[in-house]
Design a protein around this ligand. Structure first.
Ligand code: ADP
Ligand code: MG
Length: 488
């Protein structure tokens, strides 16, 4: 990600700094929609999950889904945010073919969640806090399908009315790299909480990217907003392109028009979509069909008790209690399932050896297979068993890699493979000594060179003995015997 690391753009007339704020739409995990009982499952037949409310039939009234409110509040708690026990749903009025109501029910001046914080982890090991401005609940619109017929556009209302959390950040990010770290961290938190699956390909998490540039230390410049970007990489590419575009304009003495732009993933450029709409254009007003949303602090407290250990706390525990380096801890907590798998492997074993195996051999095998840790190529129990055999000296670390490969292939446990293939480490001094004698006898010239001062040859002798024993000799014993015979 180094190509995204730069915080500063060097222009012909001096340095510029990027300023970035993100608005993320996260689809709430719930069985039913925000104001109707229709199902929310992804990939269903078009228009098979549409209630009369979602289709905006006359006289239909919205009824709030408590589960969605609960998910929003739990997310707010996970973002260490202020929870507003009184909030209001507003109508945001605009026409769009896939919005049958002619307005979106959203929250404007009084959202359910206020200011919070996300701590982002940067590759240099630094952390930074990014402010959350607010989180509000709103309905998703339907979807226009332009590719089903050459002459018509079809509308699929399955998504119409699905609950979204719009999570708005402060303009606190200063590089594409930070924006990427923010989105990754937000996604991790949402997944830990089980409030959004964070699946950007399926559209359940999408970002509006606000970008401006300024001279370092000066006031914020005018921003452009790039709508609906659906991958972290595209977000970063869009920022790079957009910031440079603005710098080029400003350097030539021009000024930035505040506007809404689109990112074209094929060409990597942003294009103007429309001039920026203002809040008053939407004629926001409290939805007369809905009472203000109120709940008690006791209910909020009871939800607090349902929160799992979140990634920051887990990472700190891996560092403090297990003694893992910050880097390892960060990698292992990035997905909750990975952290759970690791903890099973490490249980009762050396935490660092377990981390090395999970992040090394295991991750490569996982990537080469399904990539899905809930279907691991080697079970946590079996990987733990392999580590036990290394720790108690039954096999060497080198042989262990061979055993691991056989485990992936056969699904058998380490003990069985070691037994079947006769891979037990030889620590028997007599057997190793005989082997050493043979090697030294066969390499008389090298022995002389070594004794004449060519120290480096020691490694050659070790290698020869290991080769002759097919890697099974205990390397520590081999070293000791060689030292004795060559130096003694
Ligand atoms: P709107 O709702 O009209 O899009 P907001 O004031 O709610 O406007 O801001 C939306 C997003 O724009 C926020 O994420 C905020 O951090 C970001 N933002 C505001 N000012 C700037 C700026 N000068 N440069 C970059 N991002 C900005
Ligand atoms: Mg906006």
């Amino acid at each position: 990600m180094n190509d995204f690391a730069s915080r500063i753009i060097q222009g012909a007339t001096g340095d510029w700094e990027m300023v970035i704020g993100l608005e993320v739409h996260a689809q709430v995990i719930s069985n039913a929609k925000l104001f109707s009982g229709a199902a929310t499952a992804f990939g269903a037949e078009p228009n098979s999950q549409v209630s009369l409310v979602d289709a905006a039939m006359p006289g239909m009234l919205p009824v709030i889904n408590e589960k969605c409110v609960e998910q929003a509040v739990r997310t707010g708690l996970g973002l260490k945010a202020r929870i507003n026990t009184f909030s209001v749903f507003d109508r945001k009025n605009y026409f769009y073919p896939d919005l049958p109501q002619g307005y979106q029910i959203s929250q404007y001046l009084q959202p359910v969640v206020g200011e919070g914080i996300i701590t982002i982890d940067l590759p240099d090991g630094e952390s930074r806090e990014i402010g959350i401005t607010r989180l509000h609940l709103e309905q998703d619109a339907g979807k226009s399908l332009h590719d089903q017929d050459p002459n018509s556009t079809y509308i699929d209302l399955n998504r119409s009315g699905v609950a979204l959390m719009e999570i708005v950040s402060e303009p606190d990010m200063r590089s594409p790299e930070e924006a990427g770290a923010y989105l990754r961290k937000l996604r991790t938190i949402l997944r830990y909480l089980g409030t959004c699956d964070g699946n950007m390909e399926e559209g359940s998490m999408r970002a509006d990217v606000n970008v401006s540039v300024r001279r370092p230390g000066e006031e914020f410049g005018t921003r452009c907003e790039i709508k609906n970007v659906n991958s972290i990489r595209f977000v970063q590419q869009a920022i790079v392109y957009e910031a440079q575009r603005q710098v080029d304009i400003l350097e030539e003495g021009g000024s930035i028009d505040q506007e809404t732009r689109l990112f074209d993933a094929n060409t990597g450029v942003t294009r103007s979509m429309r001039s920026k709409e203002e809040a008053h254009d939407y004629r926001y007003f409290p939805d007369p069909d809905l009472l203000p949303l109120t709940f008690t602090q006791e209910w909020v407290d009871s939800l607090m008790d349902t929160l799992p250990e979140l990634p920051d706390a887990k990472k700190q525990r891996f560092i403090d209690d297990l003694g893992l380096p910050a880097y390892d801890a960060g990698v292992l907590v990035a997905e909750k399932e990975t952290a759970d798998f690791y903890e099973q492997v490490a249980e009762g074993r050396d935490a660092k050896i377990a981390a090395n195996w999970v992040m090394g051999e295991f991750f490569s095998a996982l990537n080469a297979s399904s990539g899905d840790i809930t279907q691991p190529p080697v079970s946590a129990g079996n990987l733990g068993g392999l580590i036990d055999l290394i720790t108690d000296g039954t096999i060497s670390g080198r042989i262990a890699k061979q055993v691991f490969e056989a485990m992936v292939e056969s699904g058998k446990d380490a003990g069985t493979i070691v037994e079947e293939k006769g891979l037990k480490q030889v620590s028997d001094t007599g057997a190793i000594e005989a082997q050493v004698d043979e090697i030294l006898a066969a390499n008389g010239d090298k022995v002389e060179e070594y004794r004449g001062g060519k120290d480096k040859l020691f490694g050659f002798f070790v290698g020869q003995v290991m080769k002759a024993t097919q890697g099974k000799a205990n390397p520590k014993v081999v070293n000791e015997i060689l030292r004795k015979k060559l130096d003694g």
